[in-house]
Write a protein that binds this ligand. Structure first.
Ligand code: ATP
Ligand code: MG
Ligand code: MG
Ligand code: MG
Length: 483
């Protein structure tokens, strides 16, 4: 059985043999782009090359890119842990052509790699092509279908809608029709009962999309209009963890050696067993997933904080802390203990993780200590409130309560919403926002009065990454103790 680290290397070696330059992953944290906080696809770092705004040094490039899909157009947070193939942080294996090769080579090489190098049975593979769209006045991608037809019968080349087969980075930016490769990992018997064609893009955990070949041809403008790019490009992305599942004959990404070492460590520290109870399993998957996201984000310079990207990271971590507390019985810092296993498994492929191990561990530990101080009280308060709701026959938690949990107990609203949802309730988001606004107005008028005597420090100013050489980390940790 091929190990994950060898699978990643084999991908790179294959594209190197096709004259691709192998480059490093860009940091997962995006600075200086108002349209994006975190990298959500391998192509992000090449956005300017696609738009023709930056010189192309290598016409063919390949890599494994760290991605995070927790905000904006691509947000998979809710799926994570509940399904077995969406992560917050994942690796996207990609190959690119900047004005060089186009559809034919992209399809030929994808097929060669999967069936020849990785020996995936062609019978398990399916392709989708863009069916066209009248709103954007685009035709069906007959060309891609023709190239697929060299390998696949017509019946396994499916038409896909704009939602699945027209890839866009965000509301604006480079985009184009795409062609996806799906794989059927079900057992022989199951495959006889239902045709995979009926299960593609239907959230079946074993009939999944593994690779997306995007044919970059347009720039989506603010006006919504599509403007042809100066040249045509190829941009592909394959889910590394999903590929590992396929090649290691597993039915879940979490059963591969990408996640098993982490899950086993969680099991050993918590004294629980993976695979016995669904709720425990979900919690273990969430913790393993969120741990990676947070560790990589911190290693890339994004500390948890109270605003913007920093708050996204804090929210993910607090979510994990609460899963560990409620379902794995962890009321002491726990996630920080798992950092070393992630470093052990991934530190060779991503050396930044190794370099920042100490800081990553410390920051997570501090975050855990801080939040665990208020978590228990917050949860019992929320329990009481939900009991009351039940008595009153209501199912919406009022904005004032959501605000109290946020303000006094450090519960991000999505965490409160999650706990509420587990118990059959929703939260009043509008009411919460009104409370927030009221507090802002209050502090604004208060600060107006105080500015005469005081220097106003903004405690939520984002900490920028200086490689952790400076004192930024020390002052960051100090700030926690004050909370
Ligand atoms: P899906 O339909 O499964 O959500 P997608 O169409 O949103 O995937 P793309 O934007 O096409 O995904 O990204 C390219 C590849 O990255 C996908 O084919 C898939 O293998 C992988 N991928 C996408 N999202 C995730 C995720 N959240 N976790 C792990 N792998 C992912
Ligand atoms: Mg998706
Ligand atoms: Mg898809
Ligand atoms: Mg896709």
């Amino acid at each position: 059985m091929m190990k994950a680290n060898d699978i990643r290397q084999a991908f790179k070696d294959f594209f190197a043999s096709k004259q691709h330059e192998i480059v490093d992953s860009a940091p997962m944290v995006v600075k200086n782009d108002p349209t994006l906080m975190f990298v959500n696809a391998g192509m992000n770092q090449f956005k300017d090359q696609f738009l023709g705004q930056k010189e192309v040094r290598f016409p063919r490039v390949a890599n494994s890119q760290k991605c995070l899909r927790v905000s904006g157009k691509h947000n998979d947070l809710e799926e994570v842990g509940h399904d077995t193939y969406h992560h917050t942080m994942f690796e996207m294996l990609g190959n690119w052509s900047f004005g060089d090769y186009f559809k034919k080579e992209a399809i030929d090489w994808a097929w060669e790699l999967l069936t020849d190098v990785f020996k995936i049975s062609p019978e398990r593979l399916y392709a989708t092509v863009f069916e066209g769209d009248s709103e954007d006045d685009l035709p069906r991608d007959d060309e891609a279908a023709k190239f697929w037809n060299a390998y696949l019968p017509e019946g396994r080349i499916l038409n896909g809608s704009k939602k699945d087969n027209f890839w866009e980075m965000g509301a604006t930016g480079p985009c184009g029709p795409c062609s996806e490769i799906h794989i059927d990992l079900r057992s022989e018997e199951e495959r006889k009962v239902t045709d995979a064609v009926e299960l593609i893009n239907q959230d079946h955990p074993q009939v999944i999309e593994i690779w997306n070949l995007v044919f970059m041809q347009f720039n989506r403008l603010d006006s919504g209009e599509l403007k042809p790019l100066p040249a045509k490009h190829v941009d592909t992305g394959m889910g590394f963890e999903r590929l590992c599942m396929a090649l290691q004959d597993k039915t879940s990404n979490y059963d591969t050696d990408v996640f098993q070492p982490i899950i086993q460590e969680i099991a050993s520290i918590s004294g629980k067993t993976y695979g016995k109870d669904e709720k425990t399993d979900i919690a273990m998957r969430v913790v393993a997933d969120h741990l990676r996201a947070v560790a990589f984000a911190i290693a890339d310079g994004q500390l948890p904080s109270n605003n913007k990207a920093g708050y996204v990271i804090r929210r993910i971590l607090r979510r994990a802390i609460r899963y560990a507390y409620t379902f794995l019985g962890q009321s002491e810092p726990f996630i920080s203990k798992l950092v070393k296993i992630v470093v052990q498994e991934m530190g060779d492929a991503f050396t930044e993780l190794k370099k920042q191990e100490d800081i990553v561990t410390k920051v997570i530990h501090e975050e855990e200590s801080t939040f665990l101080r208020t978590l228990e009280t917050g949860i019992s308060l929320l329990d009481k409130k939900m009991k009351k709701l039940k008595q009153n026959g209501s199912n919406v938690l009022d904005g004032k309560s959501v605000f109290e949990l946020y303000d006094t107990y450090g519960f991000p609203t999505d965490l409160t919403a999650l706990i509420a949802k587990e118990n059959g309730y929703t939260i009043d988001e509008k009411g919460f926002e009104a409370e927030m606004k009221e507090q802002k107005d209050r502090s604004r008028s208060a600060s107006k009065m105080e500015t005469k005597d005081w220097t106003i420090l903004n405690p939520s100013t984002d900490v920028t990454f200086k490689g952790y050489e400076s004192t930024s980390i020390k002052s960051h940790l100090l700030r926690y103790r004050k909370i």
